[in-house]
Ligand binder design. Structure first.
Ligand SMILES: Cc1cc2nc3c(=O)[nH]c(=O)nc-3n(C[C@H](O)[C@H](O)[C@H](O)COP(=O)(O)O)c2cc1C
Length: 443
């Protein structure tokens, strides 16, 4: 059993509340957590108690609050929030998103490596491109085409990694007797100039406990796949079915092979957004609270998913035999199959929606076994190397997962009992790296 490959578990940490935009209104939540570092620390410590490999911090560079009733979706500044959480934890890793489109490589390299050094080698960077015009406006510009965005992204990652390696591993002497602080022949400029970005270097930061931060990526275009294949050790995926996730994971692995890398060095993470309660009914009602504010819009969309015309008047009844006979899962939305299955099981239209069928991730809603079964099924099918968990409400949803799902996964031999090492690279079992990949040379 112990030799069995184990799944990896990470958790998205966004705004201090939870995955639904109405999570801030849950009675167990302090609605001002958005700006409260103690809350983020508590959630990071809960995740560390569950032995999660890392927390994932998304980031966008524009306003994320969509209406008066929604909270922002993200923490104020992910790098600063990571620094606070890292000081109050010992093992868990932190992966933050930072745009390759609007940040300069020198600033990224400096902030990320500093975080990696002060956290004892627990940092990762989700290197994405930004395609949002409002974000571009915040930098006084507009969005370029994919070729340019991904061209810049390649150069930014290369230069960041070169800067990370520009203080050589044995440069720091710190000998008070001889008076030599560091060997300057081993801290040299990189002088890299690409088509979009350039940097002279060196970056005055020694290696961290894991050498340098781990690179992640998220995206779905062929350009994105090529970037991930070349540089990433982790991919944050977006997928709704086992079949789709298997396909996406094998695409990512193939892209790594095409770039001359070992496909096992790139880990694919599938999203999951569970609601955990003692009974199915309790879980549905807990989830339903976050769905109610949008239920009128959702019922119309559910109709589209099933090829039917549904309105709020249909909410409280199951679909009739005749309606069910006419229903068809829309091929345009992979979540439609699940919706149709639930309709056939006889749930009311409201309860179908309470199952989270229109949510961003697959949503096991029920007792802890349901979530454990979902994870086991996906993992054993080869749909992912691990999961990024999106709890409904951080305040008690993390503890519910840690106390009730993690032990089931451990008993089944699917998840580790404890951390084997100290760094994010140890947790992910990806190789040590310092500086650029060997195949990348100065331009
Ligand atoms: C699972 C997932 C997570 C993402 N997280 C972020 C994020 O935190 N911030 C961001 O700006 N973009 C994020 N993106 C968006 C992409 O990185 C990218 O901007 C978008 O997919 C458009 O890129 P494309 O030109 O490759 O289609 C995410 C995408 C996916 C699939």
């Amino acid at each position: 059993m112990s030799a069995q490959k184990k799944m990896l578990i990470s958790m998205q940490l966004g705004n201090g509340y939870g995955a639904p935009t109405a999570a801030w209104r849950a009675p167990q939540v302090d609605p001002r957590n958005y700006t409260n570092p103690d809350a983020y620390v508590r959630y990071a410590q809960a995740a560390e108690r569950g032995k999660f490999q890392f927390l994932f911090l998304p980031d966008f560079l524009s306003q994320s609050q969509r209406s008066d009733q929604d909270s922002p979706m993200l923490t104020m500044d992910p790098f600063i929030t990571m620094a606070v959480m890292a000081r109050e934890t010992r093992k868990i890793g932190f992966v933050s998103t930072a745009s390759t489109t609007f940040h300069e490589p020198y600033s990224l390299a400096r902030q990320l490596k500093t975080l990696d050094v002060i956290s004892g080698g627990r940092i990762g960077w989700n290197a994405i491109t930004t395609s949002d015009e409002v974000s571009a406006a915040n930098f006084g510009t507009s969005i370029a085409g994919r070729d340019e965005r991904y061209g810049r992204a390649q150069e930014v990652v290369q230069i960041v990694q070169a800067l990370w390696g520009s203080w050589q591993e044995d440069a720091w002497i710190a000998d008070q007797e001889t008076g030599v602080f560091a060997d300057l022949t081993k801290i040299q400029p990189i002088n890299l100039r690409g088509q979009y970005v350039a940097s002279r270097g060196p970056l005055e930061i020694p290696p961290s406990k894991q050498g340098q931060p781990v690179v992640f990526h998220a995206g779905q275009s062929p350009h994105s796949l090529a970037l991930a294949g070349r540089f990433a050790n982790g991919v944050i995926g977006n997928t709704h079915s086992i079949a789709d996730s298997i396909r996406q994971r094998s695409n990512v692995r193939r892209a790594a092979e095409q770039a001359g890398r070992n496909p096992d060095d790139i880990k694919y993470f599938a999203g999951i957004s569970p609601t955990i309660a003692a009974t199915k009914r309790e879980a549905l009602d807990r989830r339903g609270r976050f769905i109610e504010p949008q239920i009128r819009q959702q019922v119309g969309y559910l109709g589209m998913m099933l090829g039917l015309h549904l309105t709020a008047a249909d909410l409280d009844e199951p679909l009739s035999g005749a309606t069910l006979a006419a229903a068809q899962a829309a091929s345009s939305d992979p979540r439609s199959e699940t919706a149709l299955e639930l309709a056939r099981e006889g749930w009311s239209v409201r309860d179908i929606l309470y199952h989270g069928v229109i949510d961003y991730h697959p949503a096991p809603v029920g007792p802890p076994q349901l979530t454990a079964d979902h994870m086991q099924q996906w993992f054993e099918a080869g749909a992912c190397d691990g999961f990024w968990l999106n709890p409904d409400v951080y305040e008690d949803g993390i503890d519910a997962f840690v106390d009730e799902v993690v032990p089931l996964l451990q008993q089944r031999g699917l998840f580790h009992d404890d951390y084997d090492g100290d760094t994010l690279r140890d947790h992910l079992s990806v190789p040590y790296q310092y500086g650029m990949h060997d195949d990348v040379s100065a331009s």
